[in-house]
Design a protein around this ligand. Structure first.
Ligand code: PLP
Length: 383
């Protein structure tokens, strides 16, 4: 019996991974499975970014870098935050991490003491409550509903505040709901945080994948208590490169650097050089992928609603949350039926805080979406 730590024994392996391993198993046995469970763009990294990585390799950029990232990248990120988000940060107030995931991890370990409560709008990205608990905190979900398009109810957030509340985690555009919080909501959350002396962590990974809304950074309204987290994975189709970053109050960034110096040391040097190019010069790529995701969103939302699987229209990211109760009362069972009968891999909502729904990623071609809708129709006709 391996004497694993209490901490790691309470860690839940991600539901997304469970579904994709079963889908992989089916695929390997020759079944033609369509995977809508993954959270990554289906596009290749743009060629000018790949070229920058090759140039970095040829120039011998293959050594350890500064813990917080090469100065060139931190400067590019600070300039991006000013240009695109209206935020002013010195390059020293920016940290480059191995994916946004590590930025979140560093931040939670830098902030949470045992028993500290963290407010998380629900449905949420599965990693938030797991990371909070792993850091010794208590995740406190704050419900949002499909009827409101999963908009954040600031009064519900206020009602969840206790003397142990330390942090609010926001994710707009949201994975999995696609909700985008308007400026007024963000101003109210900032005021609430100031009133109760709370820290805000805002995960803005999907800021560029947005349709009928405008992305606003909450750090504009509470810079003294906000950590803005972002990265290269979604905006520039760079999931495998593992580049994320965060900007915020200097003492927090310094603490995150200390954690990083004793864990990963620094993000991959070649990927950091590629990210300088991605962040500085990718407007055409961002516009083209946004337009493509927009067409796909319109098609999949219309198609699922036509089939009687009620699906709110997301304003951002590349996921939809479909009502799965016409297939089975339990979303876990519904996901199993969809995989076994329709040969489509989706993620059950229970683990996201969304029972009765399944999450479908539409980071696939329009033809694939048509095929998925055809398979769903056959499944529903056969029930
Ligand atoms: N934040 C959200 C909301 C995500 O959906 C993801 C990836 O799925 C991440 C962060 C992690 O991004 P990265 O690849 O930069 O670690």
């Amino acid at each position: 019996n391996m004497p694993l730590s209490q901490k790691v024994r309470s860690l839940k392996p991600s539901a997304t991974v469970a579904v994709s391993s079963r889908a992989l198993e089916l695929k390997r046995s020759g079944v033609d499975v369509i995977s809508l469970s993954v959270g990554e763009p289906d596009f290749d990294t743009p060629p000018h970014v790949v070229a920058a990585a090759k140039a970095a390799l040829d120039a011998g950029k293959t050594r350890y870098t500064q813990v917080g990232g090469i100065p060139e990248l931190r400067e590019a990120i600070a300039a991006k935050l000013q240009r695109e988000n209206g935020l002013s940060y010195a390059p020293e107030a920016v940290i480059v991490t191995s994916g946004a995931k590590q930025a979140l991890f560093n931040a939670l370990f830098a902030l949470i003491d045992p028993g500290d409560e963290v407010l998380i709008p629900s449905p949420f990205w599965v990693s938030y409550p797991e990371m909070v608990a792993f850091a010794g905190g208590v995740p406190v979900p704050v419900t949002t509903t499909p009827e409101s398009g999963y908009q954040l109810d600031v009064e519900a957030l206020r009602a969840a505040v206790t003397p142990r509340t330390k942090l609010i985690m926001l994710n707009s555009p949201s994975n999995p709901t696609g909700a985008v919080y308007p400026e007024q909501t963000l101003r109210e959350v900032a005021a609430l945080a100031r009133e109760h002396d709370l820290i805000i962590i805002t995960d803005e990974m999907y800021e560029h994948i947005i349709y009928d809304a405008e992305h606003v950074s909450i750090a504009r309204f509470a810079p003294e208590r906000t950590l803005t987290v972002n990265g290269a994975s979604k905006a520039y189709a760079m999931t495998g490169w593992r580049i994320g970053y965060a900007a915020g109050p200097q003492p927090l960034i310094t603490a995150m650097n200390a954690i990083q110096s004793q864990s990963t040391s620094n993000a991959n040097s070649i990927a950091q050089w590629a990210a300088v190019t991605a962040i500085t010069d990718s407007y055409a790529f961002i516009e083209a992928s946004r337009a493509e995701f927009h067409r796909r969103r319109d098609r999949i939302v219309a198609g699922l609603n036509d089939l009687g699987l009620s699906t709110p229209t997301p304003q951002g990211a590349f996921y939809v949350m479909a009502d799965s109760t016409p297939i089975h009362a339990s979303d876990l069972e519904a996901a199993r039926v969809i995989l076994d009968e329709a040969r489509v891999a989706v993620v059950p909502g229970a683990d996201f805080g969304a029972p009765g729904r399944v999450r479908l990623s539409y980071a696939v071609s329009l033809e694939t979406i048509e095929e998925v809708l055809t398979r769903f129709k056959a499944l529903l006709d056969g029930l």
